[in-house]
Design a protein around this ligand. Structure first.
Ligand SMILES: CC(C)(COP(=O)(O)OP(=O)(O)OC[C@H]1O[C@@H](n2cnc3c(N)ncnc32)[C@H](O)[C@@H]1OP(=O)(O)O)[C@@H](O)C(=O)NCCC(=O)NCCS
Length: 137
């Protein structure tokens, strides 16, 4: 198993997934509720960080989450997340959400933010981030 440099690790594939926004995720304006959007972004950050560390991770903080344009019920929210910095046990994960109107294909960035995720051991204490990937086996 070859070690990856931090630079190489940062070039790994971003995580992508889509969510079709249903009324139960909306606020009374008919758009994706901010709290639900944050939950989706947190999941995206969690997956990106866990794929890097290949161990348990927890969220320590969020930073600069910006809601740029609302996502309407019936639209897709496409989430993309990637690790942009690796510390000893911490990882900064950037998350972007793109809204897509399905019938027209029109897309626009709806929100973005960054999350500090920490690799932890079985006791929940910080541990070093693994800088290798199963793809290098
Ligand atoms: C996150 C947590 C493990 C950090 O524990 P700690 O004892 O403060 O850890 P340390 O001071 O040794 O710092 C460890 C790393 O976390 C980083 N860190 C700690 N608190 C942070 C914060 N609020 N924001 C950003 N980074 C933070 C440190 O910079 C350090 O990074 P490095 O190892 O890359 O240098 C601990 O605060 C915790 O368990 N918090 C609750 C997490 C949680 O329940 N999240 C929600 C569910 S996922």
């Amino acid at each position: 198993m070859a070690n990856m440099s931090p630079e190489a690790a940062l070039q790994s594939e971003p995580v992508r997934f889509v969510e079709l926004v249903f009324p139960d995720q909306a606020n009374h304006y008919g758009t994706l509720f901010g709290g639900n959007a944050l939950s989706l972004m947190g999941k995206a950050a969690f997956v990106a960080a866990t794929r890097h560390a290949r161990c348990a991770v927890v969220m320590a903080s969020t930073d600069h989450v910006q809601f740029e344009t609302p996502v309407q019920v019936g639209e897709l929210a496409e989430l993309t997340s990637w690790v942009s910095r690796i510390g000893r046990s911490s990882m900064t994960v950037n998350v972007e959400v793109t809204a897509e109107t399905l019938v027209t294909g029109q897309r626009r960035r709806a929100m973005h933010g960054s999350f500090e995720m920490i690799a932890v051991d079985d006791s929940g204490r910080p541990r070093g981030v693994h800088l290798f990937s199963p793809r290098d086996v």
